[in-house]
Design a protein around this ligand. Structure first.
Ligand code: 13P
Length: 250
């Protein structure tokens, strides 16, 4: 059975002390152990937060990115191996903000995925259409291309390890969430494409998260959909009460 997951992508928010306080509040408020809670703070906080969460089976830590090369003269960059050495077990790859602001192409994303898997990190791979693609009703083709071009080189064994996050770009940070009908439609499409390529067992077992203005008010309806296994949460993951309410929305 696939796992229910709520991941909080803090993006470029919270000082170390603010982050530690937020983790402390989330731990105190957390009641269910059934849902895996993944915290994705900035790189600078990974070691400290991983240390706090290491004995909790229902918590894990993710980096928000990793570099596509194993080492070298790349000032300011962090490799997958370095991420793994902090105690983080997951890494977000292909977030639309990185595709946009850091110009990350499929070629780079493929290398990042391979580096992450080689370092025993579980990639949370983000895909999602633009508003133009949604309006032109080409969003499913865009999603198919993103999966095919960046993920379908993976062996069944490696593909079986990853998590996918569907984040329509028009819903990120806008307050406009996809309706549960829209989100379920795309999640079902993604699972069907995976089934065609990797078969029933892998497609049924992969967790597909929804992201994009998911909050304490709309999470329940989204998570009730057959193919939505949880959420990748931005803004609402920065407040312990909101994040906890979302983790209790299954
Ligand atoms: P928001 O929840 O702030 O829309 O961000 C979603 C996101 O990008 C998570 O990775």
């Amino acid at each position: 059975m696939r796992r229910k997951i709520v991941a909080g992508n803090w993006k470029m928010n919270k000082s170390l002390s603010q982050g530690l306080q937020l983790v402390d509040e989330i731990l105190s408020a957390s009641t269910s152990t059934e849902v895996l809670k993944i915290i994705a703070p900035p790189f600078t906080h990974l070691t400290a937060i991983a240390e706090i969460l290491k004995s909790k089976a229902d918590f894990a830590v993710a980096a928000q990115d990793c570099h596509h090369l194993p080492s070298g003269a790349y000032t300011g960059e962090v490799t997958a191996e370095m991420v793994a050495s902090t105690g983080a077990k997951y890494v977000i790859i292909g977030h639309s903000e990185r595709r946009l602001y850091a110009g990350e192409t499929n070629d780079i994303l493929i290398q990042k995925l391979n580096r992450a898997l080689a370092a025993n990190l579980i990639p949370i791979f983000c895909i999602g259409e633009s508003i133009e693609e949604r309006n032109a009703k080409t969003h499913l083709e865009a999603i198919r291309a993103q999966i095919k071009e960046a993920l379908f080189h993976l062996s069944p064994n490696d593909f079986g390890k990853i998590i996918i996050a569907y984040e329509p770009v028009w819903a990120i940070g806008t307050g406009v969430t996809a309706t549960s009908y829209q989100a379920q439609g795309v999640h079902d499409f993604i699972r069907t494409e995976i089934n065609k390529k990797y078969g029933k067992e892998i497609s049924e077992n992969i967790s597909i998260l929804y992201g994009g203005s998911c909050n304490a008010q709309n999470a329940k309806e989204l998570f009730a959909c057959a193919d939505i296994d949880g959420g990748l949460i931005g803004g609402a993951s920065l407040k312990s009460s909101d994040f906890t309410a979302i983790t209790n929305s299954f």
